[in-house]
Design a protein around this ligand. Structure first.
Ligand code: ATP
Length: 346
């Protein structure tokens, strides 16, 4: 995807978000379940779980939040802590590469603390095993010494609530998954919900946006609040520099400039579709082949790209691989079995 200066710009890539954007994202996070838009079922389930724990004056059960990036897992973890009036400790799977890393965190938790572990499926196996006992009995066994003389010393922990987030619930071992009292599967947001997210963000930005402009952005943000907020900022920029107002024409011009198409497909989505349609005649194509072809991790394709493409009906998953649907051929203006376009032309 090319920006105005010719540099590659990917509005959907959280890694490329500037510090200002991250600060903006933080400021936008809803602080309570009532403020949290959409995910009605999950909100109701969480509300019940938290209220029951408060009535019984105990720590809420451990919670697993599963779903693609940007749908609100971190926000919900913060809300769990805030609504139950407990402190929050944040960590992530990649930062826990040894059991000792986890032991250090667990042993320093204050009573009732909420421990959020993002990308929990990426934690080291030895730490995962330590977590089983910690979640169940609020206890860990610490190994002292090495070899034949090693002994395990039990250490009692303060009661805590673990909130784990994962884009790949299927990768968690069963013993870990079973120890969560509640698993919430976050879904992509529908257009009406995204309009609410955008309207709220526009108010916080002090941006006067037409309703039809909001509708247009909500249809192009991959069902994802994080992307909705980011696109809104680019529309704000465009209005500031060029048009003076955030109307439909401004939205179309800004999003076209950043190569966000009518369905909200980004560069990686399009690259994946190109491979399936033009190199493999519509598929089936295996996950690893796709990942190698577009130069991405297969985990990213499976957790980020594929759920969205399936949701909007451009691909289906079959036992033999991913297959393009007739809607995909239409969207890219290609006829099934027709001449292949050069990969870079789509
Ligand atoms: N339901 C919602 N209502 C309003 N804003 C939301 C909602 N969900 C997410 N957001 C906004 O979207 C942004 C991204 O949310 P968040 O960081 O919680 O997503 P995430 O699922 O944890 O993503 P990742 O897995 O990439 O960390 C936040 O700035 C938040 O304000």
């Amino acid at each position: 995807m090319s920006g105005a200066d010719g540099a590659d710009v990917d509005l959907t890539d959280p890694v490329l978000a500037s510090e200002a954007e991250l600060a903006f994202e933080g400021a936008l996070r809803p602080r309570s379940l009532a403020e949290f838009v959409g995910q009605t079922r999950v909100r109701g389930q969480l509300q019940l779980l938290l209220t029951a724990a408060t009535l019984q004056q105990r720590t809420p059960d451990h919670i697993l939040l599963a779903g693609p990036p940007g749908l609100g897992k971190t926000t919900l973890a913060m809300i769990v802590a805030h609504e139950s009036g407990r402190p929050l400790r944040m960590s992530s799977g990649p930062a826990i590469q040894h059991a000792g890393d986890l032991a250090a965190i667990l042993s320093s938790l204050v009573p009732g603390e909420v421990l959020f572990i993002d990308e929990i499926h990426r934690m080291a196996r030895s730490a995962e095993e330590m977590l089983y006992l910690a979640m169940e009995d609020f206890r860990i066994d610490i190994m002292v010494g090495k070899g034949a003389g090693a002994t395990s010393v039990p250490l009692d922990l303060s009661p805590f609530t673990l909130v784990g987030a994962t884009t790949r619930a299927g990768l968690l071992p069963n013993p870990l998954r079973d120890r969560f009292g509640f698993t919430a599967h976050l879904e992509f947001y529908d257009d009406a919900e995204l309009e609410q997210v955008l309207a709220r963000a526009a108010t916080m930005l002090g941006l006067d946006v037409d309703r039809e402009a909001l509708v247009e952005i909500s249809g192009r943000c991959r069902g994802t609040p994080r992307i909705a907020n980011r696109l809104l900022r680019r529309v704000r920029d465009y209005a500031l520099v060029h048009t003076g107002r955030a109307d439909l024409a401004t939205v179309n011009a800004a999003l076209d400039l950043y190569d966000v198409d009518a369905l909200g497909l980004d560069r990686l989505d399009r690259a994946v579709m190109q491979i399936i349609l033009t190199r493999f005649g519509g598929g089936p194509v295996g996950l690893n082949t796709l990942a190698v072809s577009v130069g991405e991790e297969s985990e990213t394709i499976e957790a980020v790209v594929e759920p969205f493409l399936v949701r909007i009906g451009l691909i289906t998953r079959t036992p033999r691989g991913r297959v393009a649907t007739p809607a995909a051929w239409r969207h890219f203006g290609l006829s099934q079995g027709g001449a292949a376009l050069p990969i870079d032309d789509l």
